[in-house]
Design a protein around this ligand. Structure first.
Ligand code: HEC
Ligand code: HEC
Length: 591
């Protein structure tokens, strides 16, 4: 008992010393001393349990990191053989495990408290792991607390299967790319997913490093450096880092002290090239993890059904028929089956639209890799809208406040605020017709939840997720109901302001944030309540882990929720847009 106490005291002391060290070596921006927590939010935006939940996820991440460490230590090293040389034997395992170590390493962020997985945990289908955040701020807190991004952390199983972004001139449409707005095109690495992994480390509201060389610097100090060197050959520890590297890498990106300099670490040209190469290898290792069975294993009920190893129940089969028939879902979320005969009205003339063809592809991805504007309302719960004042480093995440409109792909094509530079000027002409469009994400693993909270749907016990790019939808029932009745119950009001007698998301859908370019193949599908439920049941067959347990599925240590019903799930957290706008304006006008 006494030793435990002593140990705890020692731990607290050393944690204190560490923090003091970190702070004293950090370059401060506008102010000297400890950087203040950034909290420009009106009451009710940040969940009361936010700090406790962040700490919980950090613990869970550390556990998974340790597991990858143990996997590496147990792995016989690969042998370099052949010409060009191949890591014979355990090459696959080596890259996968390296990807795991990088993906779950909290040190990779500016405050050494945020890994990729902080916003993408396995038990949430690699989407957001914090129920109260999924209900509330939508976006996730970055490494420097509490800067927030703007969108729902996208699930990423199967994301590596998206091709390099391309414009199909015949179809007049974009295909491929990663991120909701396609800004990870993949044009240089030839993988949108690897390109994607180079975003978060430098994102001011995510992992927050000010210079990509911080990744090479941190890998050079990591215990798993030898594994990195085995896989890639280049050695990050051969880079001569200047003495102020640690303090630069502990200062959040966007800090006024850096001005507009994207590479504040002074490296020789040769070392800069080395750091850039490490950054490519970082991305490629992580992308391999995401395409491996640790993330994208094709082990769902539906995969078993395609392989003739599982018979869909009558509700699952009814949902499947609707998915690729009356509800028209598989015109965008491709199921890999043959598409004959003709679909039912309004697209075709066949009354049932039933597909009797065999599987055309045994690993369908449930996406067409395309983009569409589904016409979702603006979500005033998004923490992004309230970040209108500078933090202690002189950085203002969203000067536009509530007037910010998310034009998705259109903004990217224009190289606009909140996206990334467009590497192909030939595409700028398509910006107007792409406004509001977002990536057709795979429907796979949308229903994946921790085993102790076995569903996404109230009354549960359930794990609260958020759906679509702005997290406006809180259950799969609502998701299907939106596709089914968007145009039937559309009202020219904003979220939180449906008229008396109407219930938001039940018989009132607020106006679209981006009304132009809305996809009209959905919105009034004529599905009954039972049919909606059957589609939800079908979506649940796309959850990996049926034929083989999903890796790390059991790592959730938080609570489940229960009560209420799926149709109005999360409605108590709605806030009126007018009030949100007023509050955001009030903060904007603060001196
Ligand atoms: C602070 C939260 C946060 C962190 C940390 C974070 N992400 Fe994300 N991730 C998001 C959000 C939000 C999106 C959607 C962003 C957008 O489209 O603008 C996203 C999107 C993605 C996607 C796109 C999936 C697709 O289908 O296009 C992948 C892949 C991904 N993240 C992987 C990663 C990796 C790898 C890391 C670490 C290098 C990481 N994320 C770190 C929040 C985060
Ligand atoms: C016109 C193409 C299109 C059709 C048809 C379509 N979807 Fe989607 N789907 C999308 C797009 C685009 C998104 C992402 C939209 C966003 O977030 O703004 C999406 C997202 C999803 C998601 C993932 C949500 C998340 O948060 O990860 C699911 C599940 C889904 N759709 C199911 C369905 C179902 C069920 C149907 C049929 C009722 C359907 N879709 C019909 C284009 C389509």
């Amino acid at each position: 008992m006494r030793t435990t106490r002593k140990l705890i005291a020692l731990l607290i002391l050393s944690a204190g010393v560490m923090t003091a060290l970190l702070i004293s070596t950090r370059l401060t921006g506008a102010q000297q001393g400890t950087p203040a927590v950034y909290n420009p939010y009106p009451p009710g935006i940040l969940p009361a349990n936010l700090s406790a939940e962040i700490a919980r996820v950090e613990r869970e991440i550390q556990g998974i990191f340790n597991n990858y460490l143990a996997q590496w230590r147990a792995l016989p090293p690969p042998t370099l053989a052949g010409n060009p040389p191949t890591l014979q034997g355990t090459g696959y395992e080596s890259v996968r495990i390296l990807g795991g170590l990088l993906n779950y390493d909290l040190n990779m962020s500016v405050d050494r408290n945020t890994a990729c997985s902080s916003c993408h945990m396995p038990y949430a289908g690699f989407s957001g792991p914090i129920p109260s955040v999924n209900l509330g701020p939508i976006a996730y807190p970055g490494s420097f607390h509490f800067r927030f991004g703007k969108r729902n952390p996208q699930r990423y199983p199967y994301a590596p299967r998206f091709p390099v972004l391309n414009y199909n001139t015949t179809q007049g449409a974009f295909f491929g790319g990663n991120f909701w707005d396609a800004r990870a095109t993949g044009y240089k690495l030839q993988s949108p997913d690897a390109n994607q992994a180079q975003g978060p480390p430098l994102d001011t509201q995510e992992m927050g490093s000010p210079d990509l060389a911080c990744i090479a610097f941190k890998i050079s100090q990591a215990v798993y450096l030898p594994l990195y060197v085995t896989v890639w050959g280049d050695d990050p520890s051969s880079i001569v880092f200047p003495a102020d590297t640690a303090s630069i890498c502990a200062t959040p990106g966007g800090a006024a002290v850096f001005g507009s300099n994207p590479s504040p670490i002074a490296l020789s040209a040769e070392d800069r090239t080395k750091a850039n190469n490490v950054y490519d290898h970082w991305a490629q290792s992580i992308s391999f993890l995401e395409s491996s069975d640790d993330t994208s294993p094709f082990t769902s009920k539906f995969d078993a059904f395609l392989a003739g190893k599982y018979t869909l129940t009558s509700a699952e089969m009814a949902g499947y028929k609707l998915f690729r028939g009356k509800a028209n879902c598989n015109s965008c979320h491709l199921d890999g089956r043959s598409t004959a005969p003709t679909p039912p009205p309004p697209q075709g003339t066949d009354p049932t639209g039933e597909d009797t063809g065999a599987a055309a592809d045994t690993a369908p991805l449930f996406t067409c890799f395309g983009y569409a504007n589904l016409g979702l309302p603006k979500n005033p719960r998004d923490a992004f809208y309230y970040q209108t004042t500078p933090d202690s480093f002189g950085f203002t995440p969203n000067p536009a406040g509530f007037t910010y409109t998310d034009f998705g792909l259109g903004t990217f094509l224009r190289s606009g605020f909140g996206s990334a530079p467009n590497p192909n000027s030939a595409w700028i002409q398509f910006a107007a017709t792409s406004d509001g469009q977002m990536q057709t994400s795979t429907a796979r693993d949308v229903a994946l939840v921790p085993p102790q909270c076995p569903t996404t749907e109230a009354p549960g016990p359930y794990f609260q997720k958020e759906f679509f790019h702005n997290g406006y939808i809180k259950s799969l029932k609502q998701l299907v109901h939106f596709y089914n009745t968007r145009d039937l119950y559309r009202m020219e009001v904003e979220s939180g302001e449906c008229p008396t007698g109407k219930v938001e998301k039940v018989n009132c859908w607020p106006a679209a944030e981006v009304p132009q370019n809305q996809d009209m193949t959905v919105g009034n599908l004529g599905l009954t309540d039972t049919e909606e439920n059957q589609i939800v049941v079908f979506l649940q067959t796309l959850t990996d882990g049926f034929t083989k347990p999903y890796p790390f599925i059991g790592t959730y240590t938080g609570a489940c929720m229960s009560g209420g019903n799926a149709a109005t799930q999360g409605n108590s957290s709605l806030i009126p847009a007018t009030a949100a706008r007023r509050l955001a304006l009030a903060t904007t006008n603060k001196p």
